[in-house]
Design a protein around this ligand. Structure first.
Ligand SMILES: NC(=O)c1ccc[n+]([C@@H]2O[C@H](COP(=O)([O-])OP(=O)(O)OC[C@H]3O[C@@H](n4cnc5c(N)ncnc54)[C@H](OP(=O)(O)O)[C@@H]3O)[C@@H](O)[C@H]2O)c1
Length: 254
């Protein structure tokens, strides 16, 4: 992907990785549009980054997603890059039966269904442009599940599989990239995650991602910073069990 001269739409642009990428791409001179539910954050971020735009969107509302894609197509005919980044997670205790089907559906709708809906609706517009790219945020947990978050981990594994298929079908007409972050200091799993020393600092993560994109270091369409490569590689080596135990000893049910 070229990292300049794009018109980029980023879902989940109000915080964490999405906000970090939005601001980095904005600094590089791209036209950036962020989407998320929290209007106050959209306002704050666009005020801090003149030229950036924001649109409120709840990706769990599929009618709203349809309307949103129509608005985006009309307002931003130059859109050539979609970053599917919004995501949620939830701890599930299957032993205690502490699992709410509504939470499970919400994770699937947010992490999978809305990604497919947005991509499907915006592909015709993206395809009109040279250098069209779709980046979808998965996770190191797409390769090795976190036992305490079964649905979340499985949604990311789903995306990893789905991305391989659509990448192959589109055959370069649109570049399909998978962004698989390691554990990063955001508030994704709660406020304490943003300060967890085991997690990668957000600014370092964003810098490394942009550096990889700049030199097209995205083998098989995967954007993998150094910290997540063990997760990716263990799938094809005898290190899988060791990696599974390591990650799952860090996070256990209480
Ligand atoms: N941080 C990590 O350790 C880590 C590791 C691997 C993968 N990831 C992935 O990275 C992505 C970003 O997460 P993050 O770490 O940056 O956490 P975050 O700060 O919590 O960001 C999540 C983003 O998703 C948006 N979002 C959630 N539900 C939404 C909905 N219904 N409609 C619209 N937007 C919604 C949020 O915006 P609003 O609340 O404003 O709607 C927010 O901007 C996620 O896909 C996550 O799975 C994170």
């Amino acid at each position: 992907m070229k990292v300049q001269g794009n018109t980029i739409l980023i879902t989940g642009g109000t915080s964490g990785i999405g906000r970090g990428l939005a601001e980095a791409f904005h600094k590089l001179g791209n036209k950036v549009i962020i989407a998320g539910r929290r209007q106050a954050l959209l306002d704050e971020i666009i005020a801090a980054n003149p030229g950036m735009e924001g649109i409120q969107l709840d990706v769990q509302d599929s009618a709203a997603v349809t309307k949103f894609t129509e608005t985006v197509a009309k307002k931003y005919p130059d859109l050539n890059c979609l970053i599917n980044n919004a995501g949620i997670t939830k701890i599930e205790n299957w032993k205690k039966g502490d699992v709410d089907i509504n939470d499970v559906s919400g994770i699937i709708q947010t992490n999978i269904t809305s990604v497919i809906q947005l991509t499907l609706a915006l592909l015709p517009l993206l395809k009109k442009h040279k250098n069209a790219t779709v980046i979808t945020t998965t996770s190191g947990l797409a390769f090795v599940p976190l036992v305490v978050a079964p649905t979340y981990s499985a949604t990311k594994a789903f995306l990893h599989s789905w991305l391989q298929s659509i990448r192959s079908q589109l055959d370069g007409a649109v570049e399909i990239l998978e962004l698989a972050p390691p554990y990063v200091q955001t508030e994704f799993g709660g406020k304490e995650q943003a300060e967890d020393p085991r997690a990668m600092p957000l600014n370092e993560y964003v810098e490394e991602v942009i550096a990889l994109l700049k030199v097209n270091d995205t083998p098989n369409g995967e954007v993998l910073v150094e910290r997540v490569r063990d997760f990716r590689q263990c799938v094809t080596t005898d290190q899988y069990d060791k990696t599974f135990s390591m990650i799952n000893s860090m996070f256990q049910l209480v």
